[in-house]
Design a protein around this ligand. Structure first.
Ligand SMILES: NC(=O)c1ccc[n+]([C@@H]2O[C@H](COP(=O)([O-])OP(=O)(O)OC[C@H]3O[C@@H](n4cnc5c(N)ncnc54)[C@H](OP(=O)(O)O)[C@@H]3O)[C@@H](O)[C@H]2O)c1
Length: 306
């Protein structure tokens, strides 16, 4: 038998169960990964709570849970290519990553070798948040010399966006609550409190103006950037919500270009970016992990250990 987080009805953390299921085995075109770490993303518990979002991802009940994972290949189907038993890997498997084993069709589904020097805990946080951060910045053509406003800068996507924007040579203003300012400064951003009056506070920090923005939390930072005269095509939004203002692009992980994860893992290996892990929860505490992230004030990533 093996363990997998599953749910039989849609709802909050209370619907998540750690089930004992028969151990899955790789089909001829699959590899099996023994998962050791699974990064948690808001999309995971939103899918479990919202039938319409689940439908968008082809998830039906009863369902598995999670998307990001890292671990070790331990079975290889006869026709599977590209991986061997013992390879360290990471990937994204929507609706099935928080489990002892994940089956991945190769080469058709995404699976990447984990670069040396990057632990499973970090590798298991990279696909959804890392790809999303890169796509949000690429969509606005972020470049050296920009002053960029990042909304929700301290969250799972924000930690990548802030550091990648700094690496690109931009000045970064990031929104957060005051208790988070020290954390954001540690990542290289200049913190600014979200909430009413944001435009005035941004003006005070950057009297010469801002040139680009990406809003990872909602619409406030995007609307503030428009108010401050940033061209709509230099603004992106990431979170679900009302339609973005005309000309502002909504982006997500699927918009990331080829080679994006390589860019991120290279920067991690060279020490140019770090991945703050806010907390690691054993899989038995999955409900607590979800509750913690859903409260909305996590700094960095939450990881589920298997
Ligand atoms: N479409 C896609 O492909 C895709 C992919 C990834 C994420 N997303 C979406 O992007 C959003 C962010 O994801 P995430 O993983 O970064 O979430 P997260 O880790 O839960 O974000 C937490 C951060 O949000 C900040 N925050 C809380 N209230 C805020 C407010 N009113 N204004 C600005 N920031 C606020 C918090 O800062 P304080 O602690 O200082 O309050 C905290 O650091 C989610 O809605 C997620 O579903 C979409």
């Amino acid at each position: 038998m093996s363990r997998a987080v599953r749910y039989r009805r849609f709802g909050g953390p209370e619907v998540l169960e750690l089930a004992e299921i028969p151990e899955p085995h790789a089909a001829p075109d699959e590899v099996r990964v023994r998962v050791t770490a699974a990064g948690l993303n808001p999309m995971d518990w939103k899918i479990a709570a919202q039938p319409d979002m689940a439908a968008r991802f082809g998830i039906t009940l009863p369902a598995g849970f999670g998307s990001d994972f890292a671990g070790v290949v331990d079975e290889v189907g006869a026709d599977a290519t590209g991986f061997a038993a013992g390879d360290r890997v990471y990937g994204a498997a929507i609706g099935r990553s928080v489990a002892d084993f994940v089956l991945v069709k190769t080469p058709t589904e995404t699976l990447w070798p984990t670069p040396e020097g990057i632990g499973d805990e970090v590798a298991g946080t990279l696909p959804v948040a890392g790809l999303t951060a890169c796509a949000a910045l690429d969509a606005i053509g972020l470049r050296a010399g920009d002053t960029v406003l990042i909304g929700g800068a301290a969250g799972g996507v924000g930690i990548f966006a802030v550091q990648l924007a700094k690496l690109a040579g931009a000045r970064v203003l990031g929104t957060a609550s005051e208790g988070t300012f020290g954390f954001l400064r540690g990542l290289g951003a200049e913190p600014v409190a979200y909430g009413p009056g944001l435009a005035d506070r941004v003006r005070a920090l950057a009297p010469e103006g801002i040139t680009a923005a990406t809003d990872l939390f909602g619409r406030e930072a995007a609307e503030t950037a428009l108010e401050l005269g940033v061209a709509p095509e230099r603004i992106s939004v990431v979170a679900d919500g009302p339609a973005p203002p005309p000309g502002v692009r909504q982006t997500g992980a699927l918009d990331a270009g080829p080679g994006t994860l390589q860019r991120i893992t290279d920067a991690i290996r060279s020490g140019e970016i770090t991945v703050p892990i806010a907390a690691t929860f054993p899989v038995e505490r999955i409900r607590e992990a979800v509750t913690t992230q859903a409260e909305g004030h996590v700094h960095g990533k939450i990881v589920i250990a298997l």
